[in-house]
Ligand binder design. Structure first.
Ligand code: BGC
Length: 767
């Protein structure tokens, strides 16, 4: 755990430079706009420890799988969103010595991420080995308005000398991924061009063939006047730069304005990329840095209007929750159904920037409540469009007849994960896809989604489960063998309760949706079953037979669902009795020891209880929570939030708050000592869920929002904005009660502690 980030309600601030924190800060201070993302690397050279990261959403490389022992069914490659051309670079040379903070004496350093307005600012004063001291301020952002563009204002002031300063703004595509499986470079150069005050580099990914043109336009002012000195063009492989030599006067500021853009063949015809890039650069540079920055602030103000959470009385919690919301909005804006949310977003290489079940299970609730309906719909369409690949994944594992298996890890729909216990066994991800459809329709009432897309996906998933279960003669019941549940600390188990439950629920929901769709649009239904060759009677009978005859492990003594067969054969030790020096287990214990232990990585039975809580009475929930939580080590960042929500439901407010603290500042305080790899973006949605579903107890019941709020002891109040079926509501929970403001023209009806209240358009009620 680190605590060097200063507390501020709207800003993330680092003061003083510690090279040991640099990679962590590069993650925390990352910028993004859904279309491109950028770690907080320095503009000028830095020879110390750094992880370079410039990402273009949706542009990936199929990195050939590397495993010790090949198993049939393994995917050939792991797709990863790769490091793209560096667009932020500005090389600075002072009287012949390159500015490099790793080689300077630094007398002041400050990084500030302004979450309210969406920009990163860095200030430092540094003296180089020749004793020349400069003061630098850089401000940059990835534009939310022009989402293929970014802008930088980089100001350098000589403090104790007059002399030559050379500034070379550049674009450098000669980049690597630190996690490349074979140390390959993933880009080929297609071309480059230098033009007046700028240039571009045209790169193409090997194998996947994405063309990306990255370019820049710059201007320089000295003491507020435009510098007209001509630049020397520098061209190297995958690189263009413009070297400008300036005579600097002590105390007089030199400012480089750099406008950059990344355009990819995903969004433009290849032959137009360069021309479109120039148009973009022209347009944004004509707006100018200040106008772009104020547009950025307005764009962020509009976002905050929909999704801010205000916590009174706890600045640290306030900073934490805003940081989570900010990063989620930087990662996914929902405008493009080909894009999704990597567990680390654009903040690092870990997890390859590709899509996990995290999106459906953890991120969907956040976007449902805080963004336009289309944003979540696009997340669902992403999976709908990958249905053909889901059939292929299922076929790879030997399933057929329209069985669909969504991948655990993927960007193009084909499974990429290459650990057998996950690729072949961690099948619950398939159910999360179905659950997200259910969640979306429950929240939005958009039943047309079921007709046009949802049912097709559900039939594929239900068919998969119906083929994956097997009939046990011994039990005279269906069983599911060889499974890894969400608890990855045990593999190849039989009858993982969560997976069995989810599988049956998927088949049940599919049968219900069949009836619904038939009623909504019989013609479309008929066309769909013809397309899928779906034999309604036989197949739904099979689903129902499985649902009615499924085996679910249960322990009579503890009266809890058993995580899987044989779980109680394990030595039952509680996490509180583990020596602190053994934690985290995944860093301290051998893998076999973890597998043999009873310790649970993340919510497993409790994941099912969270999804299907209405099916269980409160005492059942309590018994399972009391049994499993003390055995859970929460070594996935996805775990504490679900425990917080269930603890809140059970009235254990102290525990709920304790879990909240573990997630809200997970990255800001680097709790798990891994933020240098990137921030835990998907678990940030879990933090939001903790406040809204945990502390405010928000649920959707019978088409209405209901709340069962409590106020964490340390807080004076908390409030949040959510959208629901056309209404925009602000819910404020304070010691006095619950104030609900309807900020829209649409009337809403809500329930607070089971009491129904209409909230008229543009009015408020106090409960
Ligand atoms: C968790 C998975 C999760 C993945 C990406 C793993 O540690 O066990 O459930 O999908 O991280 O966040």
């Amino acid at each position: 755990m680190k605590d060097y980030i200063k507390i501020d309600e709207w800003k993330i601030i680092e003061e003083g430079f510690d090279p040991n924190h640099n990679k962590v800060s590069e993650s925390i201070f990352s910028l993004g706009n859904g279309r491109m993302g950028q770690r907080a690397n320095f503009e000028e050279a830095y020879s110390g420890e750094t992880l370079q990261g410039n990402y273009v959403a949706g542009v990936y490389y199929n990195d050939k799988t590397r495993v010790g022992w090949w198993k049939n069914g393994y995917p050939e490659y792991f797709s990863k969103v790769i490091n793209a051309a560096n667009w932020i670079g500005i090389d600075v040379v002072i009287d012949g010595v390159q500015l490099d903070l790793a080689k300077c004496e630094i007398s002041s350093f400050r990084r500030e991420l302004n979450m309210q307005e969406g920009y990163l600012k860095r200030n430092f004063t540094a003296k180089n080995t020749a004793g020349k001291e400069v003061e630098v301020e850089s401000i940059r952002f990835c534009s939310m308005v022009d989402d293929e563009a970014g802008a930088i204002k980089y100001t350098i002031t000589p403090k104790n000398f007059s002399g030559s300063i050379t500034a070379t703004p550049f674009i450098d595509g000669d980049v690597v991924n630190q996690d490349a499986n074979y140390d390959e470079k993933f880009w080929d150069e297609i071309g480059k061009e230098s033009f007046t005050n700028g240039g571009l580099v045209h790169l193409k990914t090997k194998k996947t063939g994405f063309d990306v043109v990255t370019g820049m336009l710059y201007s320089i002012t000295q003491n507020d006047s435009i510098v007209t000195a001509s630049a020397e063009s520098i061209e190297k492989e995958k690189y263009i730069g413009a070297k400008v030599v300036l005579q600097a006067q002590q105390g007089e500021a030199i400012t480089v304005y750099k406008y950059a853009a990344n355009l990819s063949s995903q969004n433009h015809p290849v032959e137009q990329l360069a021309a479109k890039l120039k148009e973009t650069l022209d347009r944004v540079s004509k707006k100018g840095f200040d106008t772009m920055l104020s547009e950025q602030a307005n764009a962020w103000a509009a976002k905050w209007k929909h999704n801010d959470i205000i916590i009174e009385g706890d600045a640290s919690a306030q900073q934490g929750i805003r940081f989570n919301i900010f990063q989620l909005n930087q990662t996914y804006t929902g405008q493009d159904d080909r894009l999704n949310i990597g567990p680390k977003g654009f903040t690092g290489e870990k997890y390859g920037g590709v899509t996990y079940w995290d999106t459906e299970a953890y991120c969907v609730p956040f976007y449902l409540s805080t963004a336009e309906q289309q944003v979540t719909k696009n997340l669902l369409l992403y999976r709908y469009k990958q249905l053909p690949q889901a059939y292929e994944n299922a076929a790879m594992l030997g399933f057929g007849n329209g069985a669909a298996l969504y991948p655990m890890v993927s960007i193009n729909g084909l499974e990429c994960h290459n650990e057998w216990e996950i690729t072949f066994e961690e099948l619950h991800r398939n159910g999360a896809m179905a659950y997200a459809i259910y969640n979306y329709v429950r929240y939005t009432a958009d039943e047309s989604y079921l007709v046009d897309f949802g049912l097709e996906v559900l039939i594929g998933i239900a068919r998969f489960w119906s083929q994956r279960v097997s009939w046990s003669e011994a039990k005279q019941q269906y069983v599911m063998l060889g499974i890894t549940g969400p608890n990855e600390y045990e593999n190849n188990v039989n009858n993982n309760w969560y997976t069995n439950t989810l599988a049956c629920w998927c088949m049940q929901y599919t049968t219900e949706v069949i009836e619904k769709v038939k009623g909504l649009d019989e013609a479309k239904y008929k066309a769909l079953i013809a397309k899928l060759n779906f034999n309604e009677q036989d197949e739904t009978n099979k689903f129902i037979h499985i649902i009615e005859n499924m085996y679910f492990p249960y322990d009579e003594k503890h009266r809890v669902f058993m995580q899987q067969d044989g779980y109680l054969d394990k030595e039952q030790i509680l996490v509180k009795d583990l020596p602190a020096s053994d934690r985290p287990l995944n860093q301290k214990w051998s893998w076999d020891r973890i597998l043999r232990s009873c310790f649970i990585k993340q919510a497993d039975v409790l994941q099912g209880i969270y999804f299907f809580e209405d099916q269980y009475d409160i005492e059942t929930i309590r018994r399972n929570y009391d049994f499993y939580e003390p055995r859970t080590v929460h070594e996935s960042s996805l775990s504490p939030c679900l425990h917080a929500i269930i603890a809140a439901k059970l009235g254990d407010e102290a525990r709920a708050y304790e879990f909240y603290l573990r997630t809200a500042r997970l990255d800001l305080d680097d709790y798990n000592n891994d933020t240098e790899d990137g921030c835990h973006i998907t678990s940030m949605a879990g933090t939001w869920m903790t406040v809204v579903e945990g502390f405010a107890g928000m649920r959707v019941h019978d088409g209405k929002l209901s709340f069962r709020p409590f106020l964490p002891g340390k807080w004076q109040s908390f409030s949040f904005n959510i959208g629901f079926r056309g209404a925009l509501l602000n819910i404020k929970v304070s010691k006095k009660g619950v104030l609900v403001k309807n900020l829209s023209d649409t009337e809403a009806t809500i329930l607070v502690d089971d009491k129904q209240s209409p909230v008229k358009a543009n009015s408020e009620v106090y409960i």
